[in-house]
Write a protein that binds this ligand. Structure first.
Ligand SMILES: CC(C)(COP(=O)(O)OP(=O)(O)OC[C@H]1O[C@@H](n2cnc3c(N)ncnc32)[C@H](O)[C@@H]1OP(=O)(O)O)[C@@H](O)C(=O)NCCC(=O)NCCS
Length: 160
């Protein structure tokens, strides 16, 4: 049986979620850094910049999802943005991601959000099949644009 539970930093499953989050970062080409990942995730959750839920089977975390709440300015409401979704390789194709998405969508409905949005790579066909099977549709007429920011030079007088 799969149970989906919200995870906060003092949840007993937090360390396992952080470990899986590190595997997710590695999946996307980042170097493994378990301690920094756990610290970053703890901070995001504590500051309510992200909310996370974990899929648990027995005593094992087999997947997680994170969401951020965004203002939906034109309609004066809120929209939920799914930021991260990952299922451990040995638990895939058994409905874990579907359960995590339904949990997030129900949370958005209950909170009165206007929509749930997400983005994925154009060649991520497992994710695209999953999202379209659940009812997500591509947004026509919008491009995603980034401006990469270099860090500001440090003030040499700053010794902190
Ligand atoms: C994409 C991912 C989250 C799917 O997780 P999952 O738990 O295996 O997905 P589910 O078992 O809930 O699949 C639900 C449906 O999605 C579709 N689907 C999922 N994986 C698929 C695959 N590899 N090929 C084709 N369809 C797939 C199917 O329609 C599936 O239903 P079915 O099994 O009844 O045919 C998982 O493969 C993963 O973590 N990938 C790496 C990280 C990633 O890509 N995250 C999403 C980034 S936005």
């Amino acid at each position: 049986m799969t149970t989906v539970v919200p995870v906060v930093p003092d949840h007993p499953a937090f360390d396992q979620v952080a470990g899986l989050f590190d595997a997710y970062r590695v999946h996307y080409g980042q170097p493994s850094s378990p301690a920094r990942t756990a610290s970053w995730l703890r901070d995001q959750l504590a500051q309510h910049r992200l909310a996370a839920a974990a899929a648990i089977r027995g005593d094992q975390v087999c997947g997680f999802i994170t969401v951020a709440t965004m203002p939906a300015s034109l309609r004066l409401g809120t929209a939920w943005s799914i930021r991260d979704l990952y299922v451990a390789a040995d638990h895939r194709r058994t409905g874990v991601a579907r359960a995590l998405l339904h949990h997030a969508i129900l949370g958005a409905r209950v909170a009165g959000a206007r929509r749930v949005s997400l983005q994925t790579e154009t060649d991520n066909s497992p994710a695209l099949k999953l999202y379209t099977a659940i009812g997500f549709t591509p947004v026509a007429g919008l491009d995603l644009l980034n401006l990469t920011l270099d860090p500001l030079p440090r003030d040499p007088r700053d010794t902190a």
